[in-house]
Design a protein around this ligand. Sequence first.
Ligand code: DOR
Length: 447
Amino acid sequence: MKPRILLKHARMVNEGKVFEGDLRIEDGRIAHIDASLSHRPGEQLVELDGQYLLPGLIDDQVHFREPGLTHKGSIASESRAAVAGGITSYIEQPNTVPAATTLEKLEAKYTLASTQSMANYGFNLGASNDNLDEILRMPAGRYPGVKVFMGSSTGDLLVDDPRAVEALFAQSPHLIITHCEDEATIKANLEAARAQYGDAIPPSMHPLIRSEEACWLSSSKAVELAKKHGSRLHVFHLSTARETSLFDSNLPLEEKKITAEVCIHHLWFDDSAYETKGNLIKWNPAVKTATDREGLWEALLDDRIDVIATDHAPHTLEEKSRPYTSAPSGGPLVQHVLPALFEFVRAGKISIETVVRKMCHNPALLFRIRERGFLREGYFADLCVVDPARPFTVTKDNILYGCGWSPFSGTTFKARVERTFVNGVQVYVRGRFAAEVAGQRLEHEVL
Ligand code: DOR
């Protein structure tokens, strides 16, 4: 029997509105939302004193490294960090070891998560040059989608046979999710950098090697194929202003066939940060110029970009300390995405209602996640409470990632996640975790 809980005096954010009121949790669901609800016997009372109450965040792109790469992170460690950051559901990527390129390997990840994950979970199948049969065997609605690395990143997942890419777009009835960077362009740029610097390429060359052109060639190809075949396409982590022109702003999300995501690091950092942070901000695709960052913000706010995510991708500090050419790309972010977004809210760059739309409502709609992502009676009680004025500084002592570091180290955020509820269970409160593994498998509606 799950606890019955009454949340009093919340400042709720939902479906474009901010309003004061109370919310009752029963049987893991949101039972009532009203301006004032009276306390019932046996009900746990949580006084929120006007703190923000948001739907739990849904992060549509994380790498939790299990199986095979658990020295970097695990489902248990990273889902705890996620929950401490207000994320109650995540979609994990297939570049594990082994890569999740068969339904059997994919189901093994779900089984693992069922005993390990503090947050709700979904796993994408990985496309390869030769697993179209497996993709066609996927039952509708059972998984979030098929991830296609059209450029290589961490791991060996790459679909570089043009016939395989075309066949996938032509035949997949499922959502196709792409990592877009053009391999040949990256290779040529890397060779040119090696000719100039030998093995001592500075990390500031990363956005020139994994260049704007590499992104453009690949994402415009993906959009072209999706238009040609009428496929449902979601392009991950846009990093350049130029790519945003590929996406429409004038359709409601439910009617779009082609959608796009931006990640917090591309909204926060620009290429001036390589000087101080070096490989710690080495991501694929690369953090690019301040003009690119501004273009991404514009596209996010005018709805060409639908979703904000993290691309949480932990590597150890030892790995990130290697020279540029052998340091892996990626960094841990799930614990800090919401405090970072609150900095932009405070600066007037984005409204809290829009943050909730891009990180709660839209991922739920885009992946057709059943009964999550909104504060609605009858929906799962996935919730997070934020105090907008309780600052903290990111330090080794409060970082929860298995890898123990953060690209935000030393940053002071003014807002802090106070509590997180997953399926009606308060799993995180003010720095402490409840013991339960509270996550459930995400379910997806079939159209
Ligand atoms: O920087 C990245 N790291 N980009 C990705 O797409 C993959 C990720 C990883 O898995 O390390």
